[in-house]
Design a protein around this ligand. Structure first.
Ligand code: MG
Length: 366
């Protein structure tokens, strides 16, 4: 089997709540997502999706994904998509870095491998742990009382893990954490995610002011060394996200005892092949993970579900269901939240069928 053609589709994903806001005054109202279709000579077709969180969040942006895929695609024609290591070696040989460009192509090849084997990707990644896994809900950055009120709103939807978007004014963030934590019930989990938004001294101030609150601090500062300094000044559990962009950073963080949990985003590390390597390393090292992606719709959510559901529950800190945040469905068969939990689809590959009427005409064809 060989790859004969690669196509890209562009789709807008508006948010149910109108906008999503995080540190640094950043916000997104409509996500610009790209669906990749990998076609083969045997009639098996695979799909993947890449949806950066705007252009300011990571070194990634939506138009860059499409430009990069157009650059890579001609180099992949003729390769066997079921040979994932060879496909990844070809992508890395043709383009240095730019993991987000490669992610949807890698996922589409996993979709093909699963279809060829007649197995869902979750089985190829090690197997399904239990019936379902727990999700977190992000709470968009707003005034402290408004954010605290959302804890109850989302708990009524079934969520028990809440991720507050902080990383703003430290005094306001202290209030955000205090008010939200007052809404917690036994068994709930609260994460304050600064998304790199605090300077080192601000992060230490916040951590100290709310040191009696039972919560996790996520990615307080921009640089790894700043996060490490914050870590050394607080006894709150610490999650690293934006700085964990490859397996070497996981090893460095483990060596430095820099974090208790990492946030593993599939496109941040280049696709399921590399995310699986990091997942398995973290399982071996005892590092818990939030398994997710930068953003996306039904296809990203399905890919997340296959990786999360094949992760031992003790080390799966949380995961996410991006398709429930957006108003547009781009695929049938995608996992749907049930009581704050999600399960990987049962069908072969990703277990989804794209809605071509929503994706429209391809914006790129190799
Ligand atoms: Mg985060």
């Amino acid at each position: 089997m060989v790859i004969t053609q690669i196509k890209c589709y562009r789709v807008d994903l508006p948010l149910h709540e109108g906008s999503y806001k995080w540190s640094g005054g950043n916000s997104v109202e409509v996500f610009d997502s790209t669906v990749v279709e990998v076609r083969t000579d045997e009639g098996v077709t695979g799909y993947g999706e890449i949806c950066p969180l705007g252009a300011a969040y990571l070194p990634a942006y939506a138009a860059g994904a499409r430009t990069g895929i157009a650059e890579l695609a001609p180099r992949l024609i003729g390769l066997d998509p079921t040979q994932l290591a060879l496909v990844n070696q070809a992508m890395d040989g043709a383009m240095r870095g730019h993991p987000y460009v490669k992610s949807a192509i890698d996922v589409a090849c996993w979709d093909i491998l699963g279809k060829v084997c007649g197995q869902p990707i979750v089985s190829l990644l090690g197997g399904r742990f239990g019936e379902s896994f727990a999700l977190y809900r992000a709470i968009s950055q707003e005034a402290p009382d408004k954010m605290a009120a959302m804890v109850d709103v989302y708990r009524r939807q079934g969520y028990t893990k809440f991720q507050l978007k902080v990383g703003g004014n430290p005094d306001t963030d202290i209030e955000r954490i205090r008010l939200a934590s007052a809404q917690l019930q036994r068994g709930d989990v609260l994460v304050a995610d600064a998304n790199t938004g605090w300077t080192q001294h601000q992060a230490i101030r916040v951590a100290d002011a709310v040191r009696a609150v039972d919560f996790y601090i996520e990615q307080p500062c921009m640089r790894y060394e700043e996060c490490l300094a914050v870590r050394e000044h607080t006894d709150r559990p610490l999650i690293l996200d934006e700085v964990i962009d490859d397996i070497g950073q996981v090893l460095r963080g483990h060596h430095d005892r820099a974090m208790d949990v990492i946030n593993l985003k599939i496109s941040k590390v280049g696709g399921l092949t590399k995310a699986r390597q990091i997942r398995d390393l973290c399982v071996s090292l005892g590092i818990a993970m939030t398994i997710e992606d930068t953003w996306g719709g039904d296809i990203v959510t399905a890919a997340i579900a296959h990786l999360a559901h094949s992760t031992p529950p003790a080390l799966l800190f949380s995961s996410t269901d991006f398709n429930s945040y957006v108003t547009v469905s781009i695929a049938e068969g995608a996992p749907q939240r049930d009581g704050g939990r999600l399960a990987a689809p049962q069908g072969p590959g990703l277990g989804i069928v794209p809605r071509m009427e929503i994706l429209g005409k391809a914006v790129y064809e190799s």
